[in-house]
Design a binder for this molecule. Structure first.
Ligand code: NAD
Length: 312
């Protein structure tokens, strides 16, 4: 990684986190933002965070905070920011047109082999890259917030993506300490949000139908399922939960799973009376003013940091 350059386009929440992840892997990171002054504000913020992480002995990678920060620069000029980059991580607003225009502009300033990677959470890879002339090197690297502690990255190809581009992104993500997974083809929501939305939908229906309170359904995850899901996934869970493994599990629970699953209701609308009531219930223990929300976010990040340490 020594001396190799990664350009981060868009320096908001996710752009800053990606920059910190790549710095920790020893890369030179150039940050560009189209809001003048925004990229330099971002590096001031990164500097503060990297120093705090060092203080807390939570800094990732083998380099010190000052070694990492010496590899970081901010640019208000796109062509300057892209000079020498072998990998570009786009992190602009989640708007199709903005991303399409950004990739079109980026392509004019980089070589044929530079990988063009998008952070999009829910846009389709082939739409995001539709204005790119040479889409063989385009893909999605979808992080989970905050990527510094939650290491999963979903790599999603578009139909044109070369396997070597996917391979390269996979190796890069591993090298910088992330946990990459590969989807074999693009699908709406990728894998993480499809699973997440399935969970949200059933939690919503149970509260909406007055089966359980908001507080208790959240405990079902945080004190129950979530305890093991931090370490083993649902398929391994099945494999371990019957004396003789997955087939044994299916023999015992297949019918019950089918019965319960067939009783699930339709896709919730997430509005109307149910939304008002659920919002009121969550705000009773976490009021939605900035002070309370920030305190809970800080608590979440602290706990995630400790969990990340435990998982190491
Ligand atoms: P954000 O609003 O915090 O930051 C966006 C940044 O992009 C801003 O600094 C803005 O000035 C800049 N920008 C906008 N248009 C630009 C352009 N044309 N050229 C250069 N810079 C431009 O947003 P975010 O939360 O960091 O999200 C960025 C991307 O990451 C989105 O696609 C989002 O879906 C994805 N993502 C977000 C999360 C999350 O939880 N926030 C998680 C995974 C993925």
């Amino acid at each position: 990684s020594k001396g190799k350059i990664i350009t981060v386009v868009g320096s908001g929440l996710i752009g800053r986190s990606w920059a910190m992840v790549f710095l920790s892997g020893g890369y030179r990171v150039k940050i560009y933002d189209n809001q003048p002054g925004q990229a330099s504000r971002a590096i001031a913020e990164i500097r503060k965070q990297v120093e705090e992480l060092q203080e807390a002995q939570m800094l990732r990678g083998n380099l010190s905070a000052s070694e990492q920060l010496s590899q970081l620069s901010s640019h208000d000029d796109l062509s300057q920011a892209l000079e020498g980059a072998f990998f570009v991580q786009e992190c602009v607003f989640e708007e199709l047109q903005a991303k399409q225009t950004v990739f079109q502009a980026v392509e004019n300033h980089v070589g044929e082999d530079t990988i063009l990677s998008s952070s999009t959470s829910c846009l389709m890879p082939s739409n995001v890259s539709s204005l790119v002339q040479n889409p063989k090197r385009c893909l999605i690297s979808h992080p989970v917030n905050p990527p510094y502690y939650v290491r999963l990255v979903e790599l999603v190809p578009l139909p044109a993506t070369l396997p070597t581009a996917m391979e390269m992104a996979f190796e890069l993500m591993k090298e910088v300490g992330q946990a990459p997974v590969r989807l074999r083809r693009e699908i709406d929501g990728f894998a993480l949000n499809r699973v997440q939305y399935a969970i949200i939908a059933e939690c919503w229906r149970l509260v909406k139908d007055n089966v359980i309170s908001v507080k208790d359904i959240d405990l079902v995850m945080s004190e129950g399922l979530g305890m093991r899901y931090a370490f083993i996934g649902p398929i391994e869970t099945m494999h371990l939960n019957a004396p003789n493994g997955l087939e044994d599990y299916l023999g015992r629970y297949r019918e019950g799973m089918r019965r319960v699953l067939s009783s699930f209701g339709p896709t919730p609308e997430f509005d109307g009376e149910a939304a008002t009531r659920i919002n009121k219930e969550i705000c009773e223990f976490i009021p939605s003013d900035q002070e309370n929300l920030s305190a809970r976010r800080e608590r979440r990040d602290q706990l995630l940091m400790r969990l990340a340490r435990l998982k190491k």
